[in-house]
Design a protein around this ligand. Structure first.
Ligand code: HEM
Length: 354
């Protein structure tokens, strides 16, 4: 009898471990605080197909060019760090001044990323009407970029509104750290956004996919070589960038440039990180152990990345009656002649019903 009882409790323990580890991976709705106004089920009633529309379309896009995933992931990061995740980076310049897009850190965002977001917006709006914001589409596109490149799948809190204005060049520069930053700068700058050392290391793991231009790292090669860089790696980079301002690109993660995995951290341990901001995470004592822990344990990295992305994705979001839902991701509605015309026509139609 006693052995039957202990067998039952053993079975119970085993099954609960299996169930929790299963849900831990696939049902990633982690213990992150939700900002007021965002929810896990925001569009369930007015656009239930939203996530499948986005995923299906991005599968098609990435089948042609998986590099686009990196462009979309970076776009969401640049949106969130400047003025919050409000789609302000998507806005074209206007009479009020040059756009965020024209500020130096944003010049290397991929033009195609902006097009992909507005194509998704068009698809979604044609199915559901103008109910989903561009900022939410950018957050979902970043999530799918991670997942469809081999990374973790996770739920995204939704309900962001699009901002009515964009940041200045100086605000943009002040909020996006340069690749020449050391860990002290990264920790100080990201702490202002309530992101801690673990978030800094995990989010930098976004550099497991994508490309960088020579100008973002040649200060590590010329005039003198950064001693924290592996010799052979440095020589290979010098071939790609024979001069500081060569207009070439190279991969951010030499081991698996198109796959979202933990190899970026293995690169850092081997002194093969591309930017100062990457490699210094391993040099600096405060972050070194976090880098090592991700290099040896991909599951740990994935869990932490999801946690930090959800945190980043809620930075200064506009919700409820704040902001708007743009009819075109690159133009605010009040500057959008087509949108204004359609609103007038709708009003006329509803008036004629009386
Ligand atoms: C922590 C500070 C960060 C710095 C200093 C930084 C800097 C940079 C720079 C300089 C580039 C290459 C630009 C170029 O030369 O073309 C780049 C690319 C990229 N970054 Fe970051 N980044 C940071 C954080 C992040 C975060 C948080 C993410 C996402 C979670 C991210 C995702 C990417 C991706 C995916 C690319 C490749 C883009 C492409 O191939 O088009 N970065 N980053």
């Amino acid at each position: 009898m006693a052995s039957f009882a202990s067998l039952c409790s053993l079975l119970l323990i085993v099954s609960s471990v299996l169930v929790s580890s299963y849900f831990g991976v696939s049902e990633a709705k982690p213990s992150v605080h939700l900002v007021k106004g965002l929810s896990w089920s925001f569009y369930d009633s007015n656009c239930p197909k939203l996530e499948s529309i986005v995923r299906k379309q991005l599968k098609k896009v990435f089948k042609k060019d998986i590099g686009q995933a990196a462009g979309l992931l970076r776009l969401h990061f640049h949106d969130c760090f400047v003025q919050g995740c409000d789609g302000s980076v998507l806005l074209d310049g206007s009479a009020s001044g040059p756009s965020e897009q024209e500020a130096p850190p944003n010049l290397s965002l991929r033009a195609t990323a902006f097009e992909i977001i507005d194509d998704l917006r068009e698809l979604v709006h044609s199915k559901c009407g103008r109910v989903v914001s561009c900022a939410d589409i950018a957050a979902l596109a970043a999530r799918d970029s991670v997942f469809l490149s081999g990374g973790p799948d996770y739920e995204v809190p939704l309900g962001r509104k699009d901002g009515l204005n964009f940041a200045t060049r100086n605000e943009t520069l002040a909020n996006l750290p340069a690749p020449t930053s050391n860990t002290t700068t990264l920790l100080t700058e990201l702490a202002k956004k309530n992101l801690d050392a673990t978030d800094v290391v995990a989010l930098s793991g976004g550099h497991t996919i994508g490309l960088g231009h020579c100008t973002s790292f040649t200060e590590r090669l010329y005039p003198t070589q950064d001693p924290s860089m592996d010799e052979t790696f440095a020589n290979d980079l010098k071939e790609v960038c024979p001069a500081s301002d060569t207009n070439a690109t190279t991969v951010l993660d030499i081991r698996s440039p198109d796959t979202f995995d933990n190899k970026y951290y293995v690169d850092l341990v081997n002194r093969q990180g591309l930017f100062t901001s990457d490699q210094d995470l391993y040099t600096d004592k405060r972050t070194r152990d976090i880098v090592t822990s991700f290099a040896v344990n991909q599951t740990l990295f994935f869990e932490q990345f999801v946690h930090s992305m959800i945190k980043m994705g809620q930075l200064s979001v506009l919700t409820g009656s704040k902001g708007e839902i743009r009819a075109n991701c690159s133009v605010r509605n009040s500057d959008n002649a087509d949108y204004l015309k359609s609103v007038v026509e709708e009003d006329e139609e509803s008036l004629s019903e009386f």
